[in-house]
Design a protein around this ligand. Structure first.
Ligand SMILES: NC(=O)C1=CN([C@@H]2O[C@H](COP(=O)(O)OP(=O)(O)OC[C@H]3O[C@@H](n4cnc5c(N)ncnc54)[C@H](OP(=O)(O)O)[C@@H]3O)[C@@H](O)[C@H]2O)C=CC1
Ligand SMILES: O=C(O)[C@H](O)COP(=O)(O)O
Length: 494
């Protein structure tokens, strides 16, 4: 159970502690932040509202710890990461319980998130050993005018202190996707978890603590992003920011100093359906892609662009599947669970009402109880409706009927987002050409968008840089070169 057994140290009475300098601590602020259960809409947990002074101390400790960590052999860093991964998986049940209570993630998906996170950490350790174990040797005579009298040895070295800010929808997985690469590359890491999901993240951090990472190398400060976010992201002790979330990321990138940024923001993933597609496959992927975790995934299908000739058939097939989705609490492992906050539910409702006023066809009756919104397919959506462009982050999916592939590509590319997209057709040549034309980081052919497997590059225009294990390790390093200057040119004869 959360906050008990090996996790007892994390809890102080009714309030979860924050993690600094290898210890669990209560904040001197005496203030707490409430985490509201999306299902009951009651306070489920409380976390510390950390102060600026506490952030300063964490940054100082992170700087000191990083210097020693960078001198720790790569294989030892990997060994500790493997240990943390095993502990994380061993304790999947209490961590998953937090995900169910804090973010209403369906019970089975919550367990999968923790297991996937352990696997991600292990893979990162292995990948880090491989890619950081190699450097480059450059010789000078390849550049015009030079002889071979200079040897340049370059390798990847850490950046320093990495600040990780994940979003609510994967508070564990999108935290470890930043923690693992940062640590294997020799950085220290300061985590600011999302408020909804903070307790799951604190439990995950405790698994790293139990694995025996040095003091100060990992810290976790809690508090509302709106209150301590700016102080963290503009802190002079930060050498890199890895952020996943919404428009907050745009504001951060404007305020952050001259540090490398990894920003993974929203998406409006388009699903283009051609008339030669396997329509059962299309319907299955629209439902899975559009409605898993109630549409609260950056990679969710967020607009269907379908050829008029097959639209009626697909809409009918999708509706039949939507009717079978189980709606209810995450504890019952329902497919559709309450969305994360009341304000999120209100925002989604605003998009639905706009579509209603402008004449979209409601394939199901709109129904909401508290934060629980029943799955809804909106047909005959037109570009003048907000839902055609905005990301609901909820179980509402618009269908726009198109008369040509070009029309679909045009809609996709006119969006400000460009995270992922997908195309359904039996013609591989067409699929490749459409993929090339879609200005999206990743295009899936004949499957719904998805980030995983987690070693795939997770590229996008909806942000800066790219994720995926290898990309993140590379992003959290810089190149250091040492040039050997020979007294006279030297050429190897064999
Ligand atoms: N691309 C993706 O993977 C995802 C995209 N999103 C997008 O984000 C929207 C909202 O999701 P949400 O998680 O609330 O995203 P936010 O951008 O609101 O929050 C993401 C993280 O940033 C923190 N934060 C908030 N304000 C600041 C600040 N000023 N400085 C630094 N950090 C801050 C949040 O903390 P706190 O919780 O304390 O406010 C949270 O940890 C969704 O509607 C969707 O558009 C969301 C999830 C994933
Ligand atoms: O933040 C998100 O929504 C994720 O990066 C999407 O991951 P998924 O495709 O594995 O759900």
């Amino acid at each position: 159970m959360a906050g008990t057994g090996v996790f007892a140290d994390v809890l102080d009475g009714e309030v979860y502690k924050y993690y600094a300098d290898g210890e669990w601590r209560a904040s001197a602020s005496g203030k707490t932040v409430a985490i509201v259960n999306p299902t009951t809409r009651q306070t489920q947990y409380r976390v510390q509202a950390c102060t600026q002074e506490e952030v300063n101390k964490v940054m100082d400790a992170a700087k000191v710890a990083q210097k020693a960590w960078a001198r720790t052999p790569l294989w030892k860093r990997a060994e500790l990461l493997h240990k943390a991964a095993a502990i994380l998986k061993e304790h999947k049940a209490p961590i998953a319980e937090c995900l169910v209570k804090e973010i209403a993630k369906p019970a089975k998906d919550a367990v999968s998130e923790v297991v996937r996170s352990g696997d991600l950490v292990s893979y990162t350790a292995e990948e880090g050993v491989r890619i950081l174990g190699e450097g480059k040797l450059l010789v000078s005579d390849s550049f015009p005018g030079n002889e071979r009298n200079k040897y340049c040895l370059s390798s990847k070295v850490p950046l320093g202190v990495v600040l990780a800010i994940p979003p609510f929808n994967y508070p564990v997985n999108l935290a470890v996707s930043k923690i693992g690469p940062a640590l294997i590359a020799g950085n220290s890491l300061v985590l600011k978890p999302p408020t909804q999901g903070a307790v799951a993240a604190l439990h995950m951090v405790h698994c790293f603590h139990l694995a025996g990472f040095p003091k100060g190398l990992i810290s976790c400060v809690t508090g509302k992003g709106s209150e301590i976010g700016d102080f963290l992201t503009m802190h002079p002790g930060v050498n890199c920011i890895s952020f996943t979330g919404g428009d907050t990321g745009i504001a951060i990138s404007k305020k952050a100093g001259m540090v490398p940024l990894q920003m993974e923001l929203g998406g409006k993933d388009a699903c283009i359906v051609l008339d030669d597609a396997d329509l059962d496959l299309v319907a299955a992927n629209i439902v899975k892609g559009g409605f898993s975790y109630s549409g609260q995934r950056c990679t969710a299908v967020k607009v269907v662009l379908i050829m008029e000739a097959v639209a009626d058939t697909v809409v009918e097939k999708v509706n039949a599947k939507v009717a079978k989705l189980k709606v209810g609490p995450p504890e019952d492992d329902c497919d559709i669970t309450p969305v994360v906050t009341e304000s999120s539910a209100n925002f989604i409702e605003g998009l639905v009402m706009d579509a209603k006023e402008k004449g979209a066809t409601f394939c199901q009756e709109y129904r909401r109880e508290g934060n629980l919104i029943w799955p809804l397919l909106l047909d005959h959506v037109r570009p003048d409706m907000r839902i055609a462009w905005e990301e609901p982050f909820g179980p509402v999916l618009p269908v726009i009927r198109i008369n040509s592939v070009e029309e679909g590509i045009h809609h996709c590319n006119a969006s400000n987002f460009g995270l992922q997209g997908c195309v359904f057709t039996r013609d591989i040549n067409k699929a490749i050409m459409i993929s090339d034309a879609m200005e999206s980081g990743t295009v899936q052919i004949n499957s719904a968008p998805a980030r995983g497997p987690d070693h795939f590059p997770f590229l996008k225009d909806s942000g800066i840089g790219s994720q995926g294990i290898t990309n993140s390790i590379n992003m959290m390093t810089k190149v250091k070169s040492t040039v050997i200057n020979l007294p006279s040119p030297s050429y190897t004869m064999g």
